[in-house]
Ligand binder design. Structure first.
Ligand code: F3S
Length: 388
């Protein structure tokens, strides 16, 4: 790899031992993936934030680091809402350890906004280089916003935040952003809710694996794109997709789609994971809710009371700017929590069956929540089940 004189000085230890170690990590990653240089980044999003996933060894590693992020950087969701963990029923021992993880990141200059939707708080621009970790955030940044990021591991994203650069390979390079398979969707757009887009992504991710799909036949809005990308990143390893006439890079690749293998997905395949399974709780906001989703949930819950636990997850910054919708949701007995989600919080492990409106959550809940059964439904279905 070609390193600048300044980078060589950091590697020689002139900026301290932590910077030396973290740059060494970035250079090692770059060599593995054939990067020729490092590229400056606009922001980082760091996973490995829930004590449920990093445990005591991850915490010990974080606590011995001594440096500060030089670009704006946020955390992925943690295992609890920081201000309301007691109310959510989080075990005090877990909360103590989770607080220690949060403090360790804060000391490193990472903003304590713990979310998989950092783009609602500070949206990247077309062409920006980023070092983001969480798979749905990576998918949204690349596909919907046209920014450029690989899916970084937690340590790689943290190193990039502190060094301000990431190895330039993979999706940072335009030649690696070309579509590799075409997906023709044969369904009426009016039948495709956000949950249906999650189901479409759930199905498509299994079919395309790690290839870059180019969708035709759909006209999703931003929330549907978010649901589609999150689910494809969960069942496949899709970090970038294009949608004809919708996403910012789709037009430039249109001519080359004629020669691609085409997969057709129809209405029945999208519908096949919807069931009537009884559930003990409802959890929505995977990925974290947009302002429009909070408004929709508030409208549906107004004048109703939930009879089973109903969790809504969103970024703290989004909650703060949409207080009236949040208040309307909470008047029904549902709870809107920041910082965490149905997959990373240990609280969700108490339920044996959980209803979600997300293809990603549908894919992850059984594995992450002690084998719980997941049921997917539209947000209208979720509210109907919770208030019946
Ligand atoms: Fe976000 Fe948690 Fe879903 S991190 S994408 S809400 S699994």
């Amino acid at each position: 790899m070609q390193l600048s004189a300044e980078e060589e000085r950091v590697l020689a230890g002139e900026s301290g031992e932590t910077c030396r170690q973290l740059l060494e990590l970035l250079v090692a990653l770059g060599k593995v993936f054939g990067a020729e240089r490092l590229v400056p980044i606009r922001s980082a999003q760091v996973s490995g934030a829930s004590y449920k996933t990093i445990g005591k060894y991850g915490l010990a590693w974080l606590e011995q680091l001594d440096a500060k992020a030089v670009v704006p950087a946020v955390l992925n969701p943690i295992g609890m809402p920081r201000g309301r963990w007691q109310e959510m029923g989080v075990d005090p021992e877990f909360a103590k350890n989770q607080e220690a993880v949060v403090r360790a990141y804060e000391r490193l200059g990472i903003r304590l906004e713990c979310t998989c939707t950092p783009y609602y708080l500070s949206p990247p621009a077309l062409g920006d280089h980023l070092a983001w970790s969480e798979s749905s955030a990576v998918s949204y940044a690349n596909s919907v916003l046209g920014a450029r990021t690989n899916r970084e591991g937690g340590p790689g994203a943290l190193a990039a935040a502190i060094i301000g650069k990431t190895p330039c390979y993979g999706l940072h390079l335009p030649e690696n952003r070309r579509p590799q398979v075409r997906i023709s969707v044969e369904a009426q757009e009016r039948d495709l809710s956000i949950a249906h887009y999650g189901a479409l992504g759930y199905h498509a991710g299994k079919l395309v694996g790690n290839r870059i799909p180019y969708f035709t036949g759909i006209r999703p809005d931003a929330d549907r794109l978010k649901a589609l990308g999150a689910a494809m990143a969960a069942t496949g390893a899709v970090a970038l997709y294009h949608v004809q006439g919708v996403t910012p890079e789709a037009l430039q690749y249109l001519p080359e789609t004629a020669d691609l293998e085409t997969i057709t997905i129809g209405r029945e395949e999208i519908r096949q994971i919807f069931t009537d399974t009884p559930v003990e709780a409802v959890a929505v906001g995977c990925p974290h809710c947009s302002p429009a989703e909070l408004d929709r949930i508030a409208a549906l819950l107004t004048g109703r009371k939930v009879r089973i636990p109903f969790y809504v997850f969103a970024a703290q910054g989004v909650i703060d700017k949409n207080r009236s919708a949040v208040a309307a949701i909470e008047r029904s007995g549902a709870r809107v929590y920041a910082d965490t989600c149905m997959v990373v919080s240990p609280v969700m492990e108490q339920y044996r069956a959980l209803m979600v409106n997300s293809g990603k959550a549908f894919a992850y809940v059984p594995g992450m929540c002690s084998g719980a059964v997941a049921r997917i439904g539209t947000i209208e279905d979720c509210v109907a089940v919770a208030t019946a």
